[in-house]
Design a protein around this ligand. Structure first.
Ligand code: F6P
Length: 357
C-alpha cells in the first residue's frame, strides 16, 4: 500500500507530530507500507512531486515546529478554474493516480478540507486531519495547533501586561484567528484581559470607551484588551468582508487595532499602545497538549487508512478521537457562540466584550 502525506495552508505547531504519528503507525502496523511526502501542500500534488519518507524522517520531529513537508496556500476557487493543461483539480487527480497512491493524508484547515472533499468525490482515497491555530473547523472540538497558539498568545499578553502596569497604560494586543474569535477568547481569559474583542460579538466604540473610562474612574491604573484580528465595529458588521476590506484598505489598515488604540487614547485621555502578535503564534514547538493530540489524531488517521475508511476527517469530540465525513464538514465553519458558556462565564467575572449586552 502506498500512502501520501501533505500539509497545506498556514502552518502551525504540531504538523510534524502528526506526520510522525501517521508514519510510525503505518510502518508498524501495515506490511510493506510505502510512504511518500508531497511537498508544499496541494502545490506539490498539482506539480506531481513526491519523495519517499523513511522511518528516519519520522524521528526527532515530535517537538519540531513548522512542517518538514513545507506548505503553501492554494485557493479553493482556483482548483476548478480552467487553466492550460486542465484544472488544478484534474492535475491533482492525475498525479494521485500516477504516483500510485492508495491513500492521501491531508493535514490542513478549512480550505484544505474543501479541496480534500473535492478529491474524495472524484475517487481519490483521502483522510483529513484538522489543523489550525484558528480552531474554526466544523465538527471537531479542537484543532491541533490551537492550544500551542493559546499558550503563546497568553504568555505574550501577560508579558505586555507587566509593561502596561509599569506605565499605567491601556494596551491592545492583536491576536490571530482569521474570522473566528477562539484564540483571542481563550488566550484573553487565560491572561486575565479586562476586555476581549472578537468577530462574533461586534463592538461599539462608545461601549469600549465607557468601560475603559469607568475603570480609570474606579482607580484602575491600566487595562489589557485582547483584540482579534477579525474584530468588527458594530457599524461594520452588516458589510461583507470584501466591502469592509475595501474601506479598511482605503485607511491603510487590514485590522481595526491601530485605529481603535488611537481613538481610545483620545477619548479616555489614557496613554494607549498596541502590539500585533502575528506569526509568533504559529511558530515554534507544540505544547504538550498538542503533542498528545497530534499523536492521537495522527495515529487514528493512519488506523482509518489501514481499515480502508476514506473520505473522512479526524475529529475530537468530547475528548474522544473520532471522524466525520469530509462532505459533511467541508465548507462549514465553527465560531464562538456569543451566548455560550465561555462568553457567559467571562462576562460574569467582569470581562467586557465591548458591546452593550
Ligand atoms: O489560518 C491561520 C492564520 O494564521 C490566520 O489566523 C491568519 O489570519 C492567517 O492564517 C494568516 O495567513 P498568511 O500566513 O497567509 O499570512
Amino acid at each position: 500500500m502506498k500512502y501520501g502525506i501533505l500539509t497545506s495552508g498556514g502552518d502551525c505547531a504540531g504538523l510534524n507530530a502528526v506526520i510522525r504519528a501517521i508514519g510510525l503507525y503505518l510502518k508498524r502496523n501495515v506490511k510493506n507500507a510505502e510512504i511518500v511526502g508531497i511537498p508544499e501542500g496541494y502545490g506539490g500534488l498539482i506539480r506531481g512531486e513526491s519523495y519517499p519518507l523513511t522511518e528516519e524522517d519520522f524521528s526527532d520531529i515530535l517537538d519540531v515546529g513548522g512542517t518538514i513537508l513545507r506548505t503553501s496556500r492554494q485557493p479553493f476557487k482556483k482548483m476548478t478554474a480552467p487553466e492550460e493543461g486542465g484544472t488544478r483539480l484534474s492535475r491533482m487527480i492525475a498525479n494521485y493516480k500516477k504516483m500510485g497512491l492508495d491513500c492521501l493524508f491531508t493535514l490542513g484547515g478549512a480550505g484544505t478540507h474543501k479541496t480534500a472533499a473535492l478529491l474524495s468525490m472524484e475517487g481519490c482515497n483521502v483522510i483529513g486531519v484538522p489543523k489550525t491555530i484558528d480552531n474554526d473547523i466544523y465538527g471537531t472540538d479542537f484543532t491541533f495547533g490551537f492550544q500551542t497558539a493559546v499558550e503563546v498568545a497568553t504568555d505574550a499578553i501577560c508579558r505586555i501586561e507587566t509593561t502596561a502596569r509599569s506605565h499605567s497604560r491601556i494596551m491592545l494586543v492583536e491576536v490571530m484567528g482569521n474570522k473566528a474569535g477562539w484564540l483571542t477568547l481563550h488566550s484573553g481569559i487565560a491572561a486575565g484581559a479586562h476586555m476581549i474583542l472578537i468577530p462574533e460579538i461586534p463592538f461599539s466604540v462608545d461601549a469600549v470607551c465607557s468601560f475603559l473610562s469607568a475603570r480609570v474612574q474606579a482607580g484602575e491604573r491600566y487595562t489589557m484588551v485582547a483584540v482579534a484580528e477579525g474584530a468588527l465595529l458594530d457599524s461594520e458588521a452588516r458589510f461583507k468582508k470584501e466591502d469592509r476590506a475595501f474601506v479598511r484598505t482605503e485607511l491603510g489598515e487590514s485590522t481595526v487595532t491601530r485605529h481603535l488604540a488611537e481613538v481610545i487614547g483620545e477619548r479616555t485621555g489614557v496613554e494607549t499602545r498596541y502590539s500585533v502578535l502575528g506569526y509568533l503564534q504559529r511558530g515554534g514547538a507544540p505544547c504538550a497538549y498538542d503533542r498528545l493530540l497530534c499523536s492521537r489524531m495522527g495515529g487514528y488517521a493512519a488506523r482509518l487508512a489501514a481499515e480502508g475508511r476514506f473520505g473522512v476527517t479526524v475529529a475530537l469530540e468530547d475528548n474522544k478521537i473520532t471522524f466525520n465525513a469530509l462532505t459533511d464538514v467541508a465548507g462549514k465553519y465553527k465560531f464562538v457562540d456569543p451566548a455560550g458558556e465561555t462568553v457567559r462565564f467571562a462576562r460574569e467575572i467582569g470581562i467586557s466584550f465591548g458591546d452593550n449586552p
